[in-house]
Ligand binder design. Structure first.
Ligand code: PHE
Length: 342
């Protein structure tokens, strides 16, 4: 009977679940469009005797309304679901939250700057190990056996007989460079050095040096002085004054220490230079003939100069760092201040 058919369809419409756009569309085709269930119902309706038409017509209307209700509510629900999904999805057009960038260590910043200054005047880079034999750290550098000069540097011994040490300076790299290359040699080496010193605000048992070496025919003390003046002006500023004071190192003769003039204008320059205005920056001298002989370079033909400077002191001066221990404690609050430098 038509009545049962319509009632069954109303029942179905009320219970049908519409979960996505696809089932919504097939629902629409089946119950709403004129080609669906409705058209065959109408065909049957035509056959119905006229006294029954009124009641069945109402039932057909009820089915039509139920279907339209269902379509409306389902399509609303699907819209809401889609909006919620869109809201929770990743918005690829949003600017990204920035990651904190790492920073170069202040020692690296100053090292890079000094290396660039010397690279521009033709120095290359050499490297050597931090654990050195006695030969490279002392003997080849003309430290005589039992010479008091060995006591100048409080050495950390790694092993005895044969002696192996944590290098006390970067000068052993001079020896390694001269073994590998033949003159002209213009080389720079940077690295950590170790001395058995009590750690305080001003000194540490591990620090950094930069070593320079130039060996060629006719290298003179004037060349050394000009090179150092060039460095001082490039690093400390144009017009910086330098002075060379006589000193002693077993591997250079004559030897000197270079001071730069900072003045006493600021309290920190006054303190740093102990009221003299002069800051001691490096040790230097003409490569001792015995050192050249130790690496089979003829001192009658060649001469050279060398210098060695500590990185910590000038780094601390540049950034106003008061305690050398800041440089090794890896406190992120300290290190972050150097972000952006190259
Ligand atoms: N190696 C010396 C030091 O550590 C510095 C130096 C290097 C002096 C080269 C002269 C020449 O004190």
């Amino acid at each position: 009977m038509l009545q049962d058919k319509i009632n069954a369809l109303i029942e179905e419409v009320n219970h049908i679940e519409i979960r996505d756009a696809e089932s919504l569309e097939s629902f629409r085709l089946r119950f709403i469009s004129r080609k669906g269930e409705m058209s065959s119902l109408f065909e049957e309706f035509k056959q119905v005797p006229s006294e029954a038409k009124r009641e069945l017509g109402q039932l057909m209307n009820a089915l039509k309304q139920a279907a339209e209700e269902k379509l409306k509510s389902s399509s609303k629900a699907l819209d809401r679901e889609r909006d919620a999904l869109a809201a929770s999805a990743i918005d690829v057009t949003l600017p990204s939250t920035s990651e904190t960038l790492g920073s170069l260590h202040p020692i690296s910043i100053v090292r890079n700057e000094i290396v660039r200054i010397f690279e521009r005047i033709g120095f290359n880079l050499s490297e050597g190990p931090e654990i050195e034999s006695d030969w490279y750290n002392f003997t080849a550098l003309n430290f005589a056996e039992n010479h008091p000069a060995r006591e100048m540097q409080d050495t950390f011994f790694v092993a005895r007989h044969p002696d192996t040490v944590l290098r006390t300076h970067t000068s052993p790299v001079q020896i390694r460079a001269m073994e590998k290359q033949s003159p002209p040699i213009r080389t720079l080496s940077v690295g950590r050095v170790y001395r058995n010193e009590t750690i305080s605000a001003r000194s540490h048992c591990m620090f950094h040096q930069i070593e320079g070496l130039y060996v060629d025919k006719n290298v003179s003390f004037a060349d050394l002085k000009q090179t150092l003046l060039h460095f001082a002006e490039a690093f400390f500023g144009k017009g910086t004054k330098i002075r060379l004071r006589p000193s002693y190192f077993p591997f250079t003769e004559p030897s000197a220490e270079m001071d730069v003039y900072l003045g006493t204008d600021t309290p920190s320059n006054y303190q740093l230079t102990k009221g003299t205005g002069w800051l001691e920056v490096l040790g230097c001298g003409m490569v001792h003939p015995n050192v050249l002989k130790n690496v089979n370079i003829d001192p009658e033909v060649y001469s050279g100069f060398a210098f060695g400077l500590g990185l910590e002191r000038i780094t601390m001066r540049r950034y106003g760092i008061k305690d050398i221990r800041n440089l090794t404690e890896n406190d992120a609050r300290f290190l972050r201040q150097f972000a952006g430098a190259i």
